[in-house]
Design a protein around this ligand. Structure first.
Ligand code: HMG
Ligand code: MG
Length: 283
């Protein structure tokens, strides 16, 4: 019931750093990306073409993208303006993000769920014309700091639209870190049943120290792609109280012990994690 191998997508340089209150010099971010590249990680989220006023830490995304141009990196593109910036930077993979909860969307991207889904139509079409790979996040897929419980129907509503629009993968996010193994197992099992041809990714936060248990539960439901953040960096600026993402070194260590291949060198990863923690004022 466990996969032979899993893909670990490193989101530290974006999801990890976006919430750091003190601006980190671009060269330091590049040094982190470089250390991560040396671990054998194949795919990383490194940039966010979001409004620099909303997330100042990501204002150097063009320079980061320029450094990453030979890599298979992902950049967040919440709207058409962001997509144009990604196209100009020749970004290979983009990520859109919509919360299953409308209250969160209003805070995070200034739109309701249905307004965001509407905007996605033109965005997907243009990204597809440009040959880009599209990752589609369903954030707050288990619970939400603004509305509390998030129902499976709310998650399904967003997933259905993403599938219809032709997302290359759907990333189910426990953005505030309140999921538990049971709900994770149940939601992924149902989603995989309803959308057998869709690639699902699991994205956990470790707010209540259940991220690894949630990884195991998702594996048991057939998921073999996971996001994690080196050093456990992270938190979302619009998710009060959420602490870091699942730490990459934790999930790689667990997979090593379980005989599940990740293709990542653990010793080099530990070095990258030490460096990542030095960049953070919160760890
Ligand atoms: P807005 O202010 O509502 O945008 O921002 P607008 O369309 O009303 O435009 C206002 C002005 O902003 C205009 O300029 C636009 O040109 C400009 P003006 O005409 O006034 O001079 N503008 C932009 N400039 C640069 N880049 C852009 C852009 N868009 C408009 N892309 C927007 C809407 C979506 C841009 C804003 O709300 C935003 O940037 N939000 C980002 C929020 C964010 O990054 N949140 C964190 C990521 S989500 C997350 O962490 C969860 C996730 O990790 C999953 C998980 O952890 O579970 C994915
Ligand atoms: Mg996250």
């Amino acid at each position: 019931i466990f996969p032979k191998s899993v893909e670990i997508v490193e989101v530290g340089p974006r999801d990890g750093l976006q919430n750091e209150p003190v601006l980190i010099p671009t060269e330091k971010k590049i040094e982190l990306i470089d250390k991560l590249k040396k671990t054998g990680i194949q795919r990383m989220e490194t940039a966010a073409f979001v409004h620099p006023k909303w997330v100042p830490q990501m204002a150097d995304s063009e320079q980061i993208a320029e450094y990453c141009r030979e890599m298979n990196y992902i950049a967040l593109t919440p709207n058409l303006k962001a997509l144009d910036r990604a196209i100009a930077a020749k970004t290979p993979q983009i990520a859109v993000f919509i919360g299953a909860s409308s209250a969160f969307n209003q805070k995070n991207i200034n739109k309701t769920t249905d307004e965001s889904l509407q905007e996605c139509e033109a965005l997907f079409a243009k990204a597809q014309e440009n040959g880009m790979f599209i990752r589609a996040y369903v954030s707050m897929a288990f619970s939400c700091p603004y509305q509390g419980e998030v129902t499976f129907e709310e998650v399904l509503h967003v997933c259905q639209r993403f599938v219809k629009l032709g997302a290359d993968e759907i990333d189910i996010g426990d953005t505030n870190g309140h999921a538990n193994p049971r709900i994770v197992y149940e939601r992924f099992a149902k989603l995989r049943d309803l959308f057998p041809d869709t690639v699902f990714v699991a994205h956990f936060h470790d707010t209540r120290k259940m991220a690894l248990a949630n990884v195991v539960a998702a594996m048991q439901a057939g998921v073999d792609k996971f996001d994690s953040s080196v050093g456990g960096l992270g938190g979302c600026p619009y998710s009060p109280g959420a602490t870091g993402n699942l730490a990459t070194e934790d999930v790689v260590l667990m997979c090593n012990d379980m005989g599940i291949e990740t293709g990542i060198d653990f010793e080099k990863l530990k070095e990258a994690a030490t460096f990542a923690r030095q960049l953070s004022t919160r760890l």
